[in-house]
Design a protein around this ligand. Structure first.
Ligand code: CTP
Length: 400
């Protein structure tokens, strides 16, 4: 999958830069063309001669060639690439990338790059765990960049922990996976529901939930990146969908989400229902703000909303794939399995609120996928972006 792929390899000032030599060799062996861009600090750890010999290309580090003064165009380089990989990526470079501080060739190239970007952090465990680094990584994820999580193990400081750059073979494997699945949803239309719903009580109040929409948006992005045309029906969230293949329909209530989903569903090949839809809404919406008027108690009559997943499950055509989510706090597998059957889904993605790192308003998720053949697959704790890739890979196997 890497044959003839043009890869920019960004190298920064970390002891893990010595692994870049193995990385280049593995990429070149797979048939990739590698162009190294190295930061000034990176050159302290590995020589450009080693890198140019292995990559069979001159190494770029400065804006101008020292020899003839010619300009190295970061714009052209950014457009040339099929992928950019920054390995190792130090906390400094990650910070500069997150904030657009383009004071070297590597970061300017990153800012000009239209291709997918993969970032393999390498640093000491405390630096990696620091909120500044985590926030910067989260910003880069929100730009659509892929973070190749560092491994746990012995670090250059002799401390043990998470921060070791992932091994070159594993990095290459992730790139290969990306290119394998890149166009796997070409010509497919996918519907995704995301976020919470707000059920109006009066002009200023609603019943809602803590869903941030992050998982649904990550799914939309993962499908769009694989070439699908995505319709994303989203409840109220403060997220933006960046990919041009995503058409977004904003709704507020479960009723509006149902209407939009019912209209879109007949025209799609698959739907992933990730929204946290309110099961009930107030029976009557008050036209004016409800006043307290010294009342000690207050009763709100609620009425059931339509179940979007079950409704689509009832009208689905043969060949249309339907997937749902289940967020459970008890008897997780039993509850998720019964939802899968009741709503006539092909598979359901289970996340338990009891798992640390899973649930609402965070960037990670720990999922299990249960399918209608009774198969259960457990996945480790991952970023929502990576978890979304796992869900979409499962969808692809069913669309085939
Ligand atoms: N769902 C839906 N429409 C609803 C309620 C849920 O489409 N009115 C979908 C969700 O998007 C999710 C799946 O059904 O894919 C399960 O949602 P969940 O809220 O866990 O299930 P419920 O059936 O509402 O069960 P409960 O709230 O009792 O756990």
């Amino acid at each position: 999958m890497l044959k003839n792929k043009k890869i920019i390899l960004g190298i920064t000032g970390s002891i893990a830069a010595c692994k870049a030599a193995y990385l280049i060799r593995a990429l070149v062996r797979k048939g990739a063309e590698v162009q190294v861009v190295i930061t000034p600090a990176g050159k302290e750890f590995i020589t450009p001669l080693t890198l140019s010999t292995l990559s069979r290309n001159p190494v770029i580090s400065d804006f101008f060639s020292n020899r003839d003064g010619s300009w190295h165009s970061h714009v052209e380089l950014g457009l040339w690439a099929d992928a950019m990989l920054i390995a190792p990526a130090t906390a400094t470079t990650i910070g500069k990338m997150a904030h657009g501080i383009a004071d070297n060739m590597l970061v300017t190239t990153y800012l000009s790059c239209k291709a997918p970007v993969f970032i393999a952090p390498a640093m000491d465990l405390d630096m990696f765990a620091h909120p500044a680094t985590q926030q910067n990584l989260s910003t880069l994820r929100s730009f659509g960049n892929y973070i190749i999580e560092p491994a746990e193990g012995e670090l250059a400081s002799r401390l043990e922990g998470k921060g070791r750059m992932e091994e070159p073979d594993r990095i290459v494997e992730q790139l290969e996976n990306f290119f394998t699945y890149q166009n796997s949803l070409q010509k497919k239309k996918i519907l995704i529901t995301a976020g919470p719903t707000y059920e109006r009580i009066d002009p200023v109040r609603f019943i809602g939930n803590y869903s941030s929409g992050k998982m649904g948006f990550a799914l939309a992005e993962a499908c769009a990146r694989r070439g699908a045309e995505v319709t994303l029906i989203s409840g109220p969230v403060s997220l933006s969908a960046k990919h041009p293949n995503i058409r977004r329909i904003d709704v507020e209530s479960a009723g509006e989400m149902y209407q939009a989903a019912i209209e879109v569903f007949p025209g799609v090949h698959a739907a992933i229902l990730c929204a946290a839809v309110a099961d009930y809404r107030p029976e009557a919406v008050m036209p004016e703000k409800i006043k307290r008027e010294n009342k000690e108690d207050m009763t709100l009559d609620l009425t059931a909303n339509k179940d979007i997943a079950a409704s689509l499950g009832a009208i689905r055509r043969k060949g249309q794939v339907l997937a749902g989510f289940a967020l459970e706090t008890t008897d997780e597998l039993i509850n998720a399995g019964s939802k899968l059957r009741k709503k006539n889904l092909d598979f359901i993605v289970l996340n338990s609120l009891r798992e640390p790192g899973a649930g609402f308003r965070i960037d990670t998720n720990k999922i299990s996928i249960l399918d209608n053949k009774g198969e259960v697959t457990d996945y480790p704790l991952k970023s929502k972006q990576e978890a979304a890739s796992d869900v979409v890979d499962k969808l692809i196997t069913l669309l085939k």
